[in-house]
Design a protein around this ligand. Structure first.
Ligand SMILES: [Zn+2]
Length: 524
């Protein structure tokens, strides 16, 4: 096997990533991500598929031209329609008029697709590939050819799959990308196939892997070992079905596992991952290698203690290299060392075996027994420390509140009234919302804004309910997790009660107290 080298990094978050269920980038979203990918230093950014039925895709290419982005911008498209000449195909013409730095053209390499999906002959498919590329090259485009379903095609009809890539090279493609579109190949298959194609093609080869069997990263690395020089993927692996090869993992592995000098600023990897999650508006994978929030989280008492004495005991590399950080979580399994260490994160100096440490540990254990889980609610844990240590946080007191649901013939609405005291003032506010929790949150914010107008910067961005001790049926308790955002910070809180509104109230109130206590005065 060859030693690994620095490949060309080709990002398709904005095109293939946008195909993921739950992701739907606006043009503004795409612009933001493209700038970030450019800053990070990826070589090529596939911006989308300009075509007649998607004006937003065309718009992106117009706007990106006016930006100074150091990466190449690629426009994606497919070979001409069966019965048209290339110059008659409006979508091919749009690729030219996108004025992207290069065009990535996808063509079929698997006979099954040629016969059953395109419903044409093998020869006509080759012509479609050749003359579409020929046309684009003639118009001055640099063309990357994506051989769709290449590995499946190669398995079922090796000669034809080879003919496809040879035809693309002859027609003028400057790079040939072998696609594992169904994500069903194994690393050894990818290795052998890539090596064999490398013997026939003189232009650089690329790999585009999907993750249907969890092998996309491995397959991408094996293709590079076999001599591919260009790797495609998406940030966080977002993409159709189970996603694309994850560039975060590929870059992390190349740099750390294989010591390849990528020239990228690895310390920005976690931030890039987080930024793309933020804009994609999908559930983060907190357990993601390299960039996940829990990638360096240590929970067990023994682990937590050991990792502080000797980080390499449980960490294979320093989290700071990828811009991530170690976290010691505090839970019922926690020992004193974790309590002290977590306290440091919150800015409290607590001595081991002190009364304070013992009191906090006892409180955490009691709360856990009631159903509180602090691993996902660090702000509530920070407040628990502060309360146990006697920190003054008399921002407001809720005197009373109510929320109710009104059912009418065609709609259900909710209203809430909140009465609270701030210093010597008593304030009352009411609001409507799409549910009782929403109405309560709006009413509470209204009341708080009287004294703390900056509260309007706080956004409640996450609300999740989980049932616990289910065996008690309707008397079961629920955990409510809320997530807030303001001043560039994010924080999470928890409430627990048999009453979902009470649990929500607790989590939401903690969220605003935490803002006033820790976030308000941060300058970001
Ligand atoms: Zn794909």
């Amino acid at each position: 096997m060859k030693l690994l080298h620095r490949p060309k990094f080709y990002d398709t978050t904005l095109r293939d990533g946008n195909q993921a269920i739950g992701v739907n980038f606006s043009v503004d979203d795409k612009m933001k991500i493209a700038r970030k990918l450019g800053e990070f230093g990826l070589d090529c950014i596939e911006g989308g598929w300009p075509n007649v039925s998607s004006p937003a895709e065309i718009e992106f290419f117009k706007r990106i031209k006016k930006e100074k982005i150091s990466s190449e911008i690629a426009a994606f498209g497919i070979t001409r329609k069966i019965n048209l000449r290339p110059e008659e195909d409006r979508n091919l013409r749009l690729l030219v008029s996108s004025e992207a730095d290069c065009v990535t053209l996808m063509g079929k390499a698997w006979m099954l697709h040629v016969e059953k999906i395109l419903r044409t002959t093998p020869k006509k498919n080759l012509e479609m590939i050749s003359d579409s590329i020929g046309y684009l090259v003639g118009e001055g485009c640099k063309v990357i050819f994506d051989a769709e379903h290449f590995f499946d095609g190669y398995n079922s009809n090796r000669d034809y799959a080879n003919e496809v890539v040879v035809a693309a090279e002859k027609a003028g493609a400057s790079e040939i990308v072998l696609c594992d579109t169904r994500g069903a190949s194994t690393p050894t298959q990818v290795y052998e196939t890539t090596q064999s194609v490398k013997g026939r093609i003189s232009k650089p080869l690329g790999i585009h892997a999907h993750n249907d069997r969890g092998l996309a990263t491995a397959n991408s690395l094996y293709a590079l070992m076999a001599g591919a020089e260009h790797v495609q993927g998406t940030i966080n692996g977002i993409g159709e079905r189970c996603g694309n090869a994850n560039l975060v993992e590929i870059i992390g592995n190349l740099s750390i596992t294989y010591s390849v000098e990528t020239g990228l600023d690895l310390s920005k990897l976690t931030q890039l991952s987080s930024y793309v999650y933020e804009i994609s508006n999908i559930q983060r994978n907190n357990y993601q290698p390299f960039a996940g929030r829990f990638a360096f989280a240590h929970k067990g008492g023994i682990h937590g203690h050991a990792v502080l004495k000797c980080p390499e005991a449980y960490e294979s590399f320093d989290p700071l290299i990828v811009g991530n950080r170690r976290s010691i979580t505090v839970s019922g399994q926690t020992g004193m060392a974790n309590i002290v260490e977590k306290g440091k994160e919150f800015g409290f100096k607590i001595r081991k075996n002190s009364i304070h440490a013992a009191r906090i540990l006892k409180k955490v254990k009691e709360k856990e027994a009631e159903g509180y889980h602090y691993e996902n609610a660090a702000a509530s844990l920070n407040l628990l420390y502060a309360r146990e240590l006697g920190v003054e946080m008399n921002y407001f007191d809720i005197l009373n509140w109510r929320a109710f649901v009104v059912g009418e013939a065609r709609k259900v609405s909710s209203e809430s009234t909140v009465k609270l005291r701030m210093g010597s003032h008593a304030l009352i506010a009411a609001a409507e919302g799409n549910g009782p929790v929403n109405a309560f949150d709006i009413a509470l914010r209204r009341a708080l804004k009287n004294q703390h107008p900056e509260i309007s910067k706080v956004n409640l961005v996450g609300y999740r309910v989980r049932e616990i001790n289910v065996e008690r049926g309707t008397a079961a308790s629920v955990q409510v997790f809320t997530e807030f955002k303001a001043n560039g910070g994010r924080w999470s809180t928890i409430g627990v009660s048999p009453n979902i509104l009470k649990a929500s109230e607790e989590a939401i109130i903690d969220g605003y107290i935490y803002y006033l206590y820790r976030i308000r005065d941060r300058n970001e």
